[in-house]
Design a protein around this ligand. Structure first.
Ligand SMILES: C[S@@+](CC[C@H](N)C(=O)[O-])C[C@H]1O[C@@H](n2cnc3c(N)ncnc32)[C@H](O)[C@@H]1O
Length: 251
């Protein structure tokens, strides 16, 4: 067996190893410093062309790391092969709670999210807005390959981990809920914990009890709620407007 496949088999079932599926996910993993253990490509010249076009900063890394593999073998190794025919194995970083204690940007806390697409979308938002991390409670692993695919590999650009509500990082807890105070009337501090309820049942009594403030995103009457990831997007965008709000408040 070729050495790159030996390496894949040796690593893939280790608990701290995650599957990074698709060219863009592998690109972001490499760019944001993931410990990438193996990269496979069904068509290495095509993968190299993508790298030169979309990630010239990483073309050298792709050239060194990517090993060619037959499509049939790839399909056996990767459950839902991405159309780009590129996948990698990488080490999943462990959560550094101490680093979050001194943060200068919010943490997003998702209570028991179930939809892997939502988790991926939220991680992508958190990475894009440059916030400190995405923490989840409940049974779903936020590093599931489908969530990682949904974030386009941006799990490596922010902290992502599952925690218990009781071990959440310090900071005022703003719980997003349609019954809260209008988001347009407040400014999120940089050390906020922005917390969101479950897709099906909303905010639990336990999370509600932790709230420094309940915060609502305005909706047209008759609409009961926004999608979870959409709500996170609006809350994080609101956080980015803080400097303008402060300028208006102090004028
Ligand atoms: C899909 S919603 C939950 C819907 C759930 N059926 C309920 O009754 O609340 C998921 C989460 O998104 C956030 N959310 C959705 N719409 C919101 C709004 N208009 N204002 C504040 N948060 C909202 C809340 O944190 C909510 O728990």
């Amino acid at each position: 067996m070729p050495s790159h496949l030996q390496s894949w088999y040796a690593h893939r079932d280790q608990p701290d190893v995650v599957l990074v599926d698709g060219f863009h996910a592998v690109k972001h993993a490499l760019r944001f410093g993931a410990d990438v253990l193996a990269v496979l490509a069904t068509d290495k010249p095509a993968a190299m062309a993508l790298a030169h076009e979309l990630a010239p900063d990483l073309a050298g890394a792709f050239e060194i790391l990517a090993a060619s593999v037959e499509p049939a073998v790839f399909a056996d190794l990767v459950p839902r092969p991405h159309p780009t025919g590129v996948a990698a194995l990488a080490l999943r970083p462990s959560l550094d709670l101490a680093a979050l204690a001194g943060r200068d940007s919010p943490v997003v806390l998702l209570e028991d999210p179930r939809h892997l697409g939502n988790i991926g979308a939220v991680v992508r938002l958190a990475a894009g807005f440059g916030v400190a991390g995405v923490l989840t409670t409940g049974v779903t692993d936020p590093w599931h390959p489908a969530a990682l695919r949904g974030s386009a590999g941006l799990h490596f650009a922010t902290a992502v981990a599952r925690i218990d509500l009781g071990t959440r990082p310090a900071g005022p807890v703003y719980v997003l809920d349609p019954d809260g105070a209008d988001i347009r009337d407040l400014t999120f501090p940089d050390d906020a914990v922005l917390a969101f309820g479950t897709e099906r049942h909303g905010v639990s009594a336990e999370l509600r009890a932790m709230a420094t403030q309940l915060v609502a995103i305005p909706m047209r009457p008759g609409v009961s709620s926004f999608n979870l990831a959409t709500s996170v997007a609006m809350a994080l965008f609101h956080w980015t407007t803080r400097d303008r709000q402060r300028m208006v408040d102090s004028a």
